[in-house]
Design a protein around this ligand. Sequence first.
Ligand code: FAD
Ligand code: DHB
Length: 391
Amino acid sequence: RRTTVGIIGAGPAGLLLARLLHRSGIDCAVLESRERDYVEQRQRAGILEQGTVDVLRACGAGERMDREGMVHDGIELRYDGQVHRLDFPALTGGRRVMVYAQTEVVKDLIARQLDDGAPLLFGARATAVEGAHTTRPLIRYRHQGRAHTLNCDYVIGCDGSHGVSRQAVPESERRTYARGYPYSWLGVLADVPPSGDELVYAHSARGFALLSMRTPTVSRLYLQVPNGTDPADWPDDRIWDELQARTALDTPGKLARGPLTAKAVLPLHSSVTEPMRFGRLLLAGDAAHIVPPTGAKGLNLAVADVTVLARALAQAHRTGSTELLDAYSDTCLRRVWRAEHFSHFMTTTLHTAPDQSPFDTRLQLSQLDRIAASAHAAAELAENYTGLPLE
Ligand code: FAD
Ligand code: DHB
């Protein structure tokens, strides 16, 4: 079997890249190890930057998003008994974000892809990428119990943080910069309307909490928990009590409670692999970099990578020039490191480390006060949160 661009992974990165290439008339195929149901149900991110919204619209996958997504003009910070709202359009010259779940983005992209008949194989696990430094790279994969080969002009690794594409590159050619965090998130979905109109990021002596949402009737809630936490140790009432304690103010009163329909613990990591291109193997999204979720950047970075990549592949296809492909890694890494810094900043400003000293806590509160007091400090947060330009 052969194709022009072989894509490993049908997460947001792989699926969107396939759409963008299809619209440029470039032949491609997507291999996804999991089944469709699994990929469509996997609970992950929920915040889309303006740039992400624009790309989804432009590739014809924005119709349901525009109907069902919720435009947000700000977030609320709660700390030390105070509330501070950040007004994004006022601070950024009009930028906003959209609340629309990654599960829905993925469903919309899969539906469009299957409509057009471009090959998207579920249950197809890539096992190796070979010949990255030749003009004929290939992907070895297993599908329905058999071994297959996909010959390509380019291979794109969109296979997430545990994929095989990064491993295909010898360690001497790549460098990974990484760090962990001494806490994880317990994330839940609740069948209850969100308690407010906007997301709440709460700093508290008991640890960080985040009140988010999926729809007008479904809340998405997160609590900082110790690494290694077993979700079974967190019965529903304990979760609600803790959310209440960490986000509570004298007003606006009690958090509305409802049945929890999903509960999972996720560890927090930062990591960047450089470069993002090895000959004709290119990495995009979580395959190349991970951010802790506090800045809501992971999905948006994946979308930005493949937007840059699709333009570069279109140029190579149309004109034979590899100028944009040659610049791909540097173009993306500048934005990636900015998002790494912002995600690290949000994480370490809002969480309480197990060994945190009272001095460190005073520094966090001073930083939060600065954001509340200064339009410049607030604008810095708002610009990063709503998303920086592509290049
Ligand atoms: P992925 O979505 O990981 O997609 C990779 C795909 O490749 C998967 O479908 C996988 O099955 C497939 N694959 C892997 N190996 C192979 C193989 N060998 N062969 C074929 N296919 C393969 N971000 C936020 O902003 N907020 C959040 O709350 C948030 N929560 C998260 C929770 C979890 C548990 C995780 C893991 C991530 C979370 N993120 C969050 C980050 C965000 O979801 C990711 O940044 C985003 O999914 C990146 O998209 P991607 O397409 O690069 O990778
Ligand atoms: C969501 C996740 C985040 O990491 C974040 O910063 C904001 C919202 C969410 O899943 O809704």
